[in-house]
Write a protein that binds this ligand. Sequence first.
Ligand code: CP
Length: 335
Amino acid sequence: MHNMKHFTSAFDAQSVRDLIQLGSYLKKYPNAFSDAGKNLTLGTVFMNPSLRTRLSTSKAAQLLGMNLLSINAQSEGWALDFSDAPMNHTTVENIREAAAVMGEYCDILGVRSFPTLNNKQRDDSEQDIIQWMNLSRKPLISLESATRHPLQSLADMMTLQELFPDKKPKVVLMWAPHVKPVPQAVANSFAEWMYFMNTDFTIACPDEVRLNEEFTAHATITNNQTEALKDADVIYAKSWASYAEYGTLHHNAEWMLTSEKLRINPDVKVMHCLPVRRDVELGASILDSSNSVVIQQASNRVPAAQAVLLQMIRDNYRNEINLSVSEQIALNQLA
Ligand code: CP
């Protein structure tokens, strides 16, 4: 067993199953650990826009009694430089000082940093988030990095468990069209977390947009959307840019999931991480129907973030906290 020093992928969890269980427990009892983070500060840095991640992580920190500092580095901070070259262009502050200063102000740091989508080597190396981690010298939570979105994935795993508590479901991650190339992080991460789940997992996508095999070795991969849809219990619709032709947009509007396509499987549940472009990525009539579980997914972002923060508080600062969910349930039943 190892402590969770950082949280950047499923492999940082001591046990994915326990983390999901802790998230489910916190969903039911959001105030069960309301003092756990007292006098500790979470600092979040957003290098890219966010609605769900920023607000759910803030709410999770509040529920644990933490102090919160948050900055949108794009609009509120100085233009950051991640290189060692002389800073004689437009950047104003180097990551070396920015991360070190944030480390002085915070006990746990959360960072969102999207991929460039034009420099595969740089994106695959995760150098931006690793620089934040190393230079801040504080425990770090990924709020979505170049290749992964682990907080989204944990919420997605909770959602799957809620939908199918007693069944090994057939789960299909299905590529969706878009008007611009978007990161592979949500799709990569979902595939990575599926490795730990008891499901029958398929990825349906055009051949041109197959994901990095590092994330998909355990999945069945098909380019036949209809076949994949036919007997699926749940479809996770998501767009992503090509990995082989790195960062390019694949034009295939035919792949948009519509209510007409769902006629062959009318009870299938449909997931999406949001934000979603209605009637471009996913049919609006699906989003407005009982097939859609996108709000349930977004709701699960709060207990998912709370579970990760709580585990990191315990492992890095407060070893006395008892995270045994069965014992906590017993205590709540007594109360
Ligand atoms: N799903 C998700 O991460 O949403 P935001 O980009 O709004 O945080």
